[in-house]
Design a protein around this ligand. Structure first.
Ligand code: DGL
Length: 277
């Protein structure tokens, strides 16, 4: 599968979705925009997130992308419907907290959901939760500051703040474990949070299941490209990262570069990189 896919997030979190996209579509090319100059989204007004999502979509359009993946739960919750209305011919794929996959995994039927304040307050999330009413108990936890701490850790390598926030927020959710009444499954409802997996494991132990949506979003993107009849090339050698990826930041380009080096496999030392002021 070929094709040019635009991907964006408020910052580096969407790299967790880009990992899955590159694995699913090794022959496609990607332009990733980290809107770090205007982050975090999760604690800002809907108007801010909407305006930024529209500006970035317009920027990606200039690069002639064939589809856009909103690799951000918050921007999806606030803006995806408007973006689709603005541009009905452009396939736009979003990401939402993985409540349904978590339901399929949970034995205790008590499921934790960590996400940004905005995502949890959104009408889109409330509709999703209401559609699953009666099937499990969802314990919702807004995690102010966590995405920001993960963002900063990419260049400093200092994870103390992430550790403290993971401990504080999981403690606030109650008891985790596989016994009846305990939370046995935790949804990582913000694309930054998979990068705190190690810190979450330290507080939760090995038995709680951590669920996120990257692979499902990647499969859906493949289907969208297929619908567009882009030539299917079958499984082939992945494109070299320098040809496959263009990384753009509206904030600190070094931070995005450091995060990409750390979290994306097969990154060259000099990725195809453009910093936007
Ligand atoms: N990564 C984003 C998400 O999935 C939000 C982080 C932020 O607050 O900017 O919701």
């Amino acid at each position: 599968m070929t094709g040019l896919v635009g991907v964006f997030d408020s910052g580096i979190g969407g790299l967790s979705i880009l990992q899955a996209l590159r694995a699913e579509l090794p022959q496609s090319r990607f332009i990733y925009i980290a809107d770090s100059g205007h982050a975090p989204y999760g604690e800002r007004s809907d108007a801010h997130v909407m305006a930024r999502s529209r500006a970035i979509t317009a920027e990606l359009r200039k690069h002639q992308v064939q589809t856009i993946v909103i690799a951000c739960n918050t921007a999806t919750a606030v803006a995806i419907e408007q973006l689709r209305t603005d541009d009905p011919d452009l396939p736009i794929i979003g990401v939402e907290p993985a409540l349904k996959p978590a339901l399929a995994l949970s034995q205790t039927r008590r499921i934790g959901v960590m996400a940004t304040r905005s995502t949890l307050a959104s009408a889109k999330f409330k509709t999703l939760q209401a559609s699953l009413a009666g099937q499990a108990e969802f314990v919702l936890q807004p995690c102010d500051g966590l995405a920001d701490a993960i963002e900063r850790s990419a260049s400093s390598n200092d994870t103390a703040e992430i550790q403290a926030l993971c401990a504080k927020y999981t403690q606030a959710m109650g008891s985790f474990g596989t016994d009846s009444g305990q939370i046995d499954t935790l949804v990582l409802g913000c694309t930054h949070y998979p990068f705190a997996t190690q810190q979450l494991r330290e507080v939760l132990g090995p038995h709680v299941q951590l669920v996120s949506n990257g692979p499902a979003v990647a499969r859906q993107t493949r289907l969208k490209l297929l619908e567009r009849a882009l030539p299917a090339t079958g499984r082939q050698e992945p494109l070299p990262a320098a040809a496959q990826l263009m990384l753009i930041s509206t904030g600190n380009p070094q931070l995005l570069q450091a995060a990409a080096q750390r979290w994306l496999p097969r990154m060259p030392t000099e990725p195809n990189f453009i910093g936007v002021p």
